[in-house]
Ligand binder design. Sequence first.
Ligand SMILES: [Zn+2]
Length: 160
Amino acid sequence: MRCPKCGSGETRVVDSRDATNAVRRRRLCENCGNRFTTYERVEVLGPLVVKRDSTREAWNRTKLAEGVRIACTKRPISSVRIEALVDGVEAQFIGSGRQEIPTSEIGTAVMRRLRELDEVAYIRFASVYLRFRDVNGFLEEVERVRRPARPSEDQLAMEL
Ligand SMILES: [Zn+2]
C-alpha cells in the first residue's frame, strides 16, 4: 500500500478492525510518518449452504460459531478452542473448493469435532441438531432463544 502523501511503498498496518462489509486499517508511512486509513472490502468467500428445503444461503461463520458457543455454555471450554473448532469446520469445507455444502454435512462435521472436545456440548448440539435435522433450523432456534424479553446473566456474559 503506497502512502498517499509521499508515494513511498514502505507503509505498515498499525491497527485493523472490522467495519460494515469492510476491514478498516490504520496505516503508517515509515518514510514520512503520515498516517492514513484504508477500507478493504470483505469478499464473501466460501461455499453456499444448501438447506433441507433446497434453498441456499451464504456461508456464515458467525452463525456457525454461535451454534457451537450455545452448545458449550457453562462448559469448561475456552473461546479459543471454540474458534479453533469453527476454524477446522471452515477449513474442511471452504478449503474443499466445493460450491455447495448441504447443512447435514456441516452439522455432522461440527458434531464430530464437538465429541472430541466435550461430551456434554456434543450431546447438546446433537440433540438439538438431530431434532431439527437441519443445522439452519437449529441456528434459527438459537437466534430465537437469544432474543428473550430480558437477557439472562449468562447471555450477557456471552456478549463479552
Ligand atoms: Zn509517506
